[in-house]
Ligand binder design. Sequence first.
Ligand code: PEP
Ligand code: MN
Length: 367
Amino acid sequence: MILSFGHSPDPELLERAKLALTEGGVDYQAVVCARSTLLIVTSDCDQISGHKFSTLPGVQKVVRLGSRTPLALEGGRTKIEVVGNGGKFVLGGEQEPVVIAGPCAVENYEQLSAVAAGARVAGALGLRGGAYKPRSSPYDFQGLGLEGLKLLKEVGMANKMPVISEVMSPEQIESAAEYIDVFQVGARNMYNYELLKELGRQRKPVVLKRGISATVDELLQAAEYILLGGNMQVILCERGIRTFEPSTRNTLDLAAVAVLKSTSNLPVIVDPSHATGKRDLIRPLSRAAIACGADGLIIESHVEPDKSYSDAGQAITPAQLGEIVQDMRLIARTLKARDSEGQVEVGIVAASALSEREQIFSGSRQS
Ligand code: PEP
Ligand code: MN
């Protein structure tokens, strides 16, 4: 059961309603969404008549839950603005898709600043980089930790790019929040409910990666943990799932992207790097991801891909990234024109996107 109090409810009425619920032995969780304040009843209330709730002071609407993920399906923000280090981009809504790029792991200042500058020229708006690395083997590079986060901040500022990095435990959140603009929950931690709950108390966007063998519904339920805590800025990320197919590192489930875009309210991005594990496959799958409606891409890049400390096989150069950004714009604009204005416009938009591409490339040759 969800009780909606509308936008900017009278605080006194809200308190009276809360008191009435508590006195009636009903547990609830208060959530402030973009358009309304909600009290979500968390105790079993199947036997209580809806009238008891709709007559509480200040209640505008009562919704009986037909779903276990009401916030992920209806309450989240469709459009999330990511701000930080003097840069800004929007994921979701009707906005053009965005590329976030950077190394798998922050290795040192020189590496990070070279990748960031290259990614920026290529058209990426956000900078990624792992400081705490969840590695399958404890003998592999585990990341620079806090030092890596400080480098992300410094390099993000120099390039005016908001930065995103993974946190693996609730204890890492507070210090990470000083340096990063978006928290990432890695695939291995999608089921880490204490981590999700703590991220629900934060007020910065969270990229939530789909677990290695998680269903779409489990991903949405994980998102629900963060949303229920009051953090409405959840971005879902399809990064491939483990299947019987060995020719790619994982299997990119683009059907899940279409399902999430049609059922949930949350922005959805795609990570073709971890999905494939192979640099030659990043471009075709990026194209496909945008064509099926993704709001953005998160891609691993390195100026010397083969020397990457981790995930070398899937790293691409900033120049290759630039090609993908151009593909993305062309595909997104063409499909948007077709969806909104019909076929006549398609040729014009495609032609103008192509001529912009030529300008960008002749521009980058000059500089
Ligand atoms: C990463 O983005 O660096 C990463 C470890 O991804 P995933 O959690 O999807 O494996
Ligand atoms: Mn990686």
